[in-house]
Design a protein around this ligand. Structure first.
Ligand code: CAA
Length: 269
């Protein structure tokens, strides 16, 4: 039912589908093709799983190739030259991906190995919950690039950790380690290393195989519809903010400086 993909690996094992973002040379950053392929696999799961199907996928684990990085964010190299119109299309399809993940009728667990920054943290937060390896780190560093979160971060981070903590993390862009992420409620559990993380994620997913798929789907929907009632509206607000940054000099400077491996000089314009 899925693949082959250029930037994803998929493995279905007794109802548990593991989707691995496989672009380690760029720390699994979300290039437009990664986003397209994630959209493809998620829409296939949506079509093939749920009431009226035989539920071939009972749970999804999303992870990144290697031990260093889950997903290091939206692709800064791709964004650097985007026009506001292109940025609008980019964030629109990526935000829609996060909503599709959130709306899947099966549990989706982010197994965060290493960096989950910017769009990587945002993809992890569109999953139902997050497990992490001890070397994981999280952050919304967009302001350091003259940008703002554009794949749901301003909406979902506060749902995980509360508005005040989300404000601190988004406005400073500072990175937090797995222990701090656990303490503030961004992740549910931390494991010693990637092998233990993958094993722990499978163990939890196996619990789901033992219960009613329709009960899981309905409880998941109830949680989403009560807690995330206004997300679509909120995502529209975020998208406008994200696209607006593509008309600023600071965004061009921040992305340029990243690629040149220099410190950016922001002018506030
Ligand atoms: N986009 C594109 N390429 C990226 C990338 C990204 N987000 N993150 C890392 N890479 C690339 C690097 O450019 C580098 O490529 P080259 O070898 O061709 O130079 C390669 O991956 C390895 O990265 P580093 O050499 O930088 O590895 P490091 O271990 O020294 O540092 C890091 C790791 C701290 C994660 C650093 O790579 C980094 O800061 N990355 C950017 C993280 C970031 O700012 N993410 C947010 C993006 S904005 C966003 O996501 C907006 C949104 O909400 C939609």
């Amino acid at each position: 039912m899925h693949g082959p993909y250029e930037t994803l690996l998929t493995e279905l094992d007794e109802g548990i589908l593991t989707v691995t973002v496989n672009r380690p040379e760029a720390l699994n950053a979300l290039s437009p093709i990664v986003i397209d392929e994630l959209r493809d696999i998620v829409s296939q799961i949506q079509r093939n799983t749920g009431a009226g199907t035989d539920w071939p996928v009972r749970g999804v684990i999303l992870t990144g190739m290697g031990e260093k990085s889950f997903v290091a964010g939206a692709d800064i190299k791709a964004m650097a030259e985007m026009t506001p119109a292109e940025a609008d299309s980019y964030t629109r399809i990526a935000q829609e991906l996060t909503s599709w993940i959130e709306e899947l009728p099966v549990p989706v667990l982010a197994a965060v190995n290493g960096f989950a920054l910017g769009g990587g943290c945002e993809i992890a937060m569109s999953c139902d919950f997050i497990y992490a390896s001890a070397n994981a780190s999280f952050g919304q560093p967009e302001v350091q690039l003259g940008l703002v979160p554009g794949f749901g971060g301003s909406v979902r981070l506060q749902q995980f950790v509360g508005a005040a903590m989300a404000s601190e993390l988004i406005m400073t862009g500072r990175r937090i380690d797995a222990a701090e992420a656990l303490r503030i409620g961004l992740v549910n559990r931390v494991f010693d290393d990637k092998d233990a993380l993958v094993a722990g994620a499978h163990e939890t997913m196996k619990l789901v195989l033992g219960v009613s798929p329709i009960a899981v789907a309905v409880s998941k929907q109830a949680i989403r519809e009560t807690a995330h009632q206004a997300n679509r509206t909120a995502l529209d607000i975020e998208r406008a903010a994200f696209v607006g940054m593509f008309s600023t000099a600071d965004m061009r400077e921040g992305t340029r400086a990243f690629m040149a491996k220099e410190k950016p000089t922001f002018t506030g314009k």
